[in-house]
Design a binder for this molecule. Structure first.
Ligand code: FA5
Length: 346
């Protein structure tokens, strides 16, 4: 037995010295101390030894076990130091493996709205806020659209069910247009007024390439002595030329909105066919780009403005629809799709 132990010691010390990788050392360790390894097998034979033999073999066995364990530990340290040294001199060429930098940019619609706001800001218009959840009164009634009036059908409205919220019985809705800013503009500001509001609107729509249920509108309210349709024509031309270039021709055509009188649709000569008629303009040669009009006397009165002394313009449009024309975007739903391929076009 003593001989066998000494032989194992000799054989394994040699293997340990020859080992050049940590993996080889792990294998040696398992061969010695693992289940069914040399140590395991030897200790199983102890039961066959006499007490006297055990007195000699036992300490020798423990001493050699310790020596081999120590030898493995020392060799592991040497190999590790060799690895660290070799790493110190190692270089790694990262050229060609560089991580591609991805720089974000403003969403095209936000950029377009900022551009719009800047244009009107130059003319003295200042931004105001108006709530996205509003009363039926501010969104319709005060705008000369009483309950049960057929004009309500112009807006597919999303009403809120407030029965479980102990709210006043006033009907609440998601605003259908930024025109709910009109009453706030009239009530909150000293005359003359030059205010603008940009923000989300909501409608119960059948969705298609030109209709979203959630979309943005932009609206201005301009009230002063002697404001007239001439100002409206000028503002329309000034804005559309700033957006589409000085070539664009603008016309006003009669259009019904209950809160303006007269009301107009603001058309631009189709930038795709230059008036000849094409698929985009439906063969008409003109594209409707905004809705506007002289603020109705009833609305002025509701806002505490004397219609005999003052007159005003309300003028509004959908930035997404206009940006579609400017940038040649085929489907309005792309704006909120989160599609990077689309966003990278800008
Ligand atoms: C209005 O909402 C009026 N408040 C505009 C106005 C303001 C008239 C001031 C007079 C004076 P209309 O429903 O036409 O009008 O909507 C105006 C614009 O909002 C449309 O021309 C279009 O650009 C945009 N719009 C309307 N519905 C949608 C929709 N479902 N998806 C995307 N854009 C829409």
């Amino acid at each position: 037995m003593e001989e066998k132990i000494s032989q194992i010691k000799k054989e394994y010390l040699h293997k340990i010295q020859k080992a050049s990788t940590l993996e080889q050392l792990d294998e040696i360790f398992i061969g010695l101390f693992g289940k069914n390894g040399e140590v395991d097998q030897l200790s199983r034979q102890f039961s066959t030894l006499s007490k006297d033999e055990l007195k000699i073999v036992g300490p020798l066995f423990n001493q050699i076990k310790q020596e081999l364990e120590q030898a493995i530990g020392n060799r592991r340290q040497v190999i590790k130091e060799e690895i660290y040294k070799s790493l110190e001199n190692e270089t790694f060429d990262i050229k060609g493996n560089e991580i591609k930098k991805r720089t974000g940019h403003m969403h095209p619609l936000t950029a377009f709205e900022e551009e719009t706001a800047k244009i009107f800001n130059k003319l003295g218009f200042v931004q105001i806020d108006a709530p996205l959840i509003d009363t039926d009164y501010n969104n319709f009634e005060v705008l000369n659209i009483p309950e049960n009036h057929p004009a309500r059908d112009l807006w597919d409205t999303l009403y809120l069910d407030t029965t479980n919220y102990q709210l006043p019985t006033t009907k609440l809705l998601l605003r259908t247009h930024t025109s709910n800013s009109q009453i706030r503009a009239l009530k909150s500001s000293k005359l003359p007024i030059r205010l603008m509001n940009i923000g989300r609107c909501f409608r119960y729509e059948n969705l298609d390439a030109r209709h979203e249920h959630t979309f943005e509108q932009f609206e201005i309210v301009y009230v002063d002595h002697g404001v007239s349709m001439a100002n409206l024509q000028y503002l329309s031309e000034y804005f559309l030329k700033a957006i589409f270039g000085s070539d664009i021709k603008v016309r006003l055509k009669p259009k019904y909105y209950p809160f303006v009188e007269p009301g107009v649709g603001v058309d631009g000569l189709c930038i795709f066919c230059k008036g000849k008629g094409c698929k985009v303009c439906g063969g008409i040669g003109w594209l409707e780009l905004a809705g506007a009009g002289m603020i109705h006397p009833n609305v002025l009165k509701a806002g505490g403005v004397d219609p005999n002394e003052y007159s005003g313009i309300a003028w509004g449009f959908g930035p997404a629809r206009m940006a579609m024309i400017k940038y040649g975007i085929e489907d309005i739903r792309l704006f909120n799709s989160g599609d990077l391929k689309f966003l990278e076009r800008f």
